[in-house]
Structure formats: C-alpha cells, structure tokens
Design a protein around this ligand. Structure first.
Ligand SMILES: Cc1ncc(COP(=O)(O)O)c(C=O)c1O
Ligand SMILES: N[C@@H](CCOP(=O)(O)O)C(=O)O
Length: 463
C-alpha cells in the first residue's frame, strides 16, 4: 500500500515514510492510495476475532508491505497488552437503542490510547530498525498529549514536546501530562487556545527544511497511522452487536467530534465495507463541523470554553481528508479549496456536494446545559456515568437516531478526567487509583507566549 497527499504534490510513499512524514510535505494530508474493499466473506471471517487479532488483520491491509507480519503482531500485542480490559474496547448496553463503545481502558483513560500506544511502539520500532532520530512535536487539548507522552516516555531515541493551551485543559489532563518526570518529555503551556497550538505545530511542520533538519514527527491525527488504528474499533463494535443479535442490517455510530479524526476513521471503515447506517457527528458549542454538515459553510466561529474541553476546537485537521473523498479524490480541487480557506477564512458548498455531505453524516451541536442534562439523566435512569464528550454523542444520537435504529455512541474518555463538569450536577465519583495518585506528584511544564519563534527556540534547546 502506498500513500498520497490530498494536495497531489507528493510522490506515492510507503507506510513507514508516511508515518515519518506526518503532515505531507506539500501541506496536505496523507491518505491511502486506494482503500481496501472488504468482501462479505472477509467480514464473516473477522466476526470471531479478538480485538488484537482484528487489529492485526486491519493493520496488515495498510502496513504489510513495510512491516513483516511477526513484527506487526508483536507491535499490536505490546500496544493492547497495556489495556485494563481483555476486550480492549468493550461495548455496553445502555438501552435497546443505545450502546456505548468504551474506548477509555488504556493507560491514560481516553480513546487516544488506542492509536497512540501503537504509534509510540511503532516509533520505537522505526528508531531501532532505521537507526533514525524521532523528535515528536504535538498539540493537544488534553487527551492526545497525555496519551502520546505515555506512549513514548523514557523510550530510547525518542523525544517529545507537547503544546497545550494553558489553563484550558482539565486538572486531571494537566496532571497526566505534566507529572511525567522524564528527560525525553517537554510540556509547553501556551497562552492561547488549542487552535493556536495546532496552528503553530502545523506551521513548523510546513517549514520542510526545519522539519527535516530537526527530524520532527507528528503524533496528532494529521499522522495517517492514528486514523488507521482508529478504524479497528468500528469493526469490533459492529461484530459485538452482531454477536448479541442486535445489529440488524446496519447500525448508527455517534461520534463526539473536534479534530474530525475519530469520525473520519468511521467514515473510512464504512467506505471499506462496514455496514453503517448513520454516522452521527456530535459537536459541542464549538460547532464548525455541525454547521458545515447542516448549512454547507465551513467557517470558524467564536471560541467557546465548554464542559467538553477536549472538543473546544475550531479548525478541524482531518476535514481536508474528507474533502478529498467528497470531491472524488481530486487533489487539485482540494488544494484550491484549502487555498481559498487560507485566503478567505471560509469554504462554502451547496447543491449536489452539500447533498453528498448530508448523505455521509448527520450532525448535531450540543449546548453546554444539554451535555450536563445527558450526564445527569443517564446516571439517574441507567446508572451509567458518561464523560462530557461522550454525553455530546449520546445527546446527538437522541436527536438524530430514528425509532427502531440502534446506535453505538463512542465513549471517548473516562468520566474521572472531567470531574469539574460532572460535579456541576452534584454527582460525586471515585477516581481510579492511577488518577488519584497524580495529585501528589510535582509538575513539570513551561508557560510560553506562543509565537512560532519562541516555540522554535524551546525546541532547539530541547532536541
Ligand atoms: C475525549 C475526547 N472526545 C472526543 C474528541 C474528538 O475527537 P476528534 O478530534 O478525533 O474528532 C477528543 C479530541 O479531539 C477527545 O479528547
Ligand atoms: N482532542 C484532542 C485534540 C487533538 O486531536 P488529534 O486527534 O489530532 O490528536 C486532544 O485531546 O488533544
């Protein structure tokens, strides 16, 4: 399998080169040259596989030309061996129409671990195999940073610098990132929003000379490995519902969305042949993506601090990957649209293209109080505690799933990570021991203003 850029100016490259390139050198994003098409027979054979067996099959489709199967198996086993549940991503029934796919049983209690445990091990593997230097630069609204740091802390040949918006992540997220006392970890707390952090790293990656000179690598979902790893649990969830005899022909997935990575993984799974009815896109009040689906206008609005801070995102990285498929893999069209977005700050579509978007996704923007209502209601009536991001997905499903449809809501974080929001409705929870332990540890982070030059200087000192 080769990988190409959404903007068409990168010659096809193999999987390992795609991982190392991160952001495509022409400013676009890498995607598989062609998507595998799964037959009914293959889906039937996969039905009985464990999570790790399934991951190995899916990964093989995309990576087998670059990584021998026994090495890939070891990477998969090591990555998912750190999860607290044997099932890795178990599915729980909330009621007949609603199931929750728990993606938070990894080391940092968020769905990011599913891809980042793998990517951390993969970087280690590449570093050993190619004797290459891995300097990771990432931006986070809280979960990616903690997960990426956990994936590579103390690993030889790897250094990681993470930018997070100062004071805009939850206390547990901040502690998870900043209590890691390791010489290969640098936390920069930027005076700004997540969008500022993401813009800075993208501009630094776009400086191809700088990127190559300092061996900069990405762990955000601009890295295609992240998306591919996240497709696995859509298949796994579907198979578990089939086991329980509730899947019918097709099921809905409801996905809390910020950077458009997680739902884009579901979109790819569907394009590969997974029987999906509706892909429900849930946003919080930072609702650029819901407005795009419902009105056809992609334009950042005013930043809102919400109860689901990890989704306080205006400019969604993976949107460009979706445009590529929306316009029939026409890279010139994508390049023109992204140039227009850079110049005008908006993209507007209508007619047939908008109809295609609305066939691909149903979207709902969840207001702050509605998010808390869902947490309180589900806790009271079903005895299940949702985190605020998951609560956005559950709320969107309640609005957009039709009677008789079955929806799997992706549960992207453990509620303990967002106790500030949950307490607002008088709910008291007990922290898992690993999270409780964080409160007694010293923190290591540097607050920075956030100009590109300042960040560059920090990187040069660190790398
Ligand atoms: C807990 C949580 N839920 C949902 C999301 C949204 O995922 P994505 O950015 O892949 O759309 C994020 C991060 O963005 C997150 O950390
Ligand atoms: N919510 C994310 C934002 C970064 O998204 P990514 O999927 O591109 O890494 C976070 O927790 O950092």
């Amino acid at each position: 399998m080769k990988y190409i850029s959404t903007r068409g100016q990168v010659a096809p490259i193999g999987f390992i080169d795609a991982v190392l390139m991160g952001l495509a050198d022409d400013g676009g994003l890498l995607v598989p040259e062609r998507l595998p098409q799964l037959s009914q027979d293959t889906l039937q054979q996969w039905q009985k596989l464990s999570y790790t067996e399934l991951a190995l099959e899916v990964f093989s489709l995309f990576m087998k030309a670059d990584i021998p199967r026994e090495d890939l198996k070891k990477l998969v086993d090591d990555s998912y061996g750190t999860f607290r549940e044997e099932d890795v991503t178990p599915v729980r029934r909330i009621h007949d129409g609603l199931y929750v796919l728990e993606l938070f049983h990894g080391p940092t209690f968020a769905f990011k671990d599913v891809a980042l445990q793998f990517l951390g091990n993969l970087y280690s593997y590449i570093s050993r195999r190619n004797n290459s230097i891995i300097h990771i630069l990432g931006a986070t609204s809280g979960d990616t940073g903690a997960s990426a740091i956990e994936g590579v802390r103390g690993k030889e040949g790897i250094r990681i610098c993470i930018l997070h918006p100062h004071g805009k992540v939850s206390k547990v997220q901040e502690l998870q990132m900043t209590t890691v006392d390791s010489a290969n970890v640098l936390n920069l707390a930027v005076e700004g929003t997540f969008d500022d952090c993401q813009r800075i790293i993208k501009e630094l990656f776009a400086d191809v000379e700088f990127k190559h000179q300092y061996h900069l690598r990405a762990i955000n979902s601009i890295n295609i490995a992240r998306i591919l790893a996240q497709t696995v649990y859509y298949f796994y969830a579907y198979f578990r519902l089939v086991d329980q005899g509730v899947a019918g022909d097709k099921i809905n997935f409801s996905v809390p969305t910020g950077n458009f990575g997680d739902i884009f993984a579901g979109y790819l799974a569907q394009k590969m042949g997974l029987p999906v009815n509706k892909l429900i896109l849930a946003t919080n009040e930072n609702n650029i993506l819901a407005r795009f689906v419902n009105e056809g206008v992609y334009q950042p609005g005013e930043f809102r601090g919400t109860h689901s801070p990890s989704m306080d995102i205006q400019v969604a990285s993976n949107f460009e990957r979706y445009l590529f498929y929306l316009y029939g893999e026409d890279a010139a069209k994508v390049a023109a649209l992204m140039a227009q977005f850079k110049a005008d700050g908006r993209i507007a579509i209508e007619g047939e293209a908008l109809a295609r978007v609305q066939a691909d996704f149903a979207a709902y923007s969840v207001e702050n109080e509605a998010c808390l209502d869902a947490i309180e209601g589900t806790h009271k009536h079903q005895g299940y505690l949702l985190d605020p991001h998951t609560a956005c997905g559950v709320t969107a499903a309640a609005h957009l799933a039709a009677a008789g449809e079955v929806t799997v809501a992706l549960s992207t974080a453990h509620p303990a990570k967002f106790d500030e929001s949950i307490r607002l409705r008088g709910i008291r929870q007990t922290y898992p021991a690993q999270i409780e332990a964080l409160f007694n540890k010293p923190q290591f982070q540097k607050v920075v203003g956030g100009s590109n030059e300042e960040i560059k200087a920090e990187l040069l000192r660190f790398f």
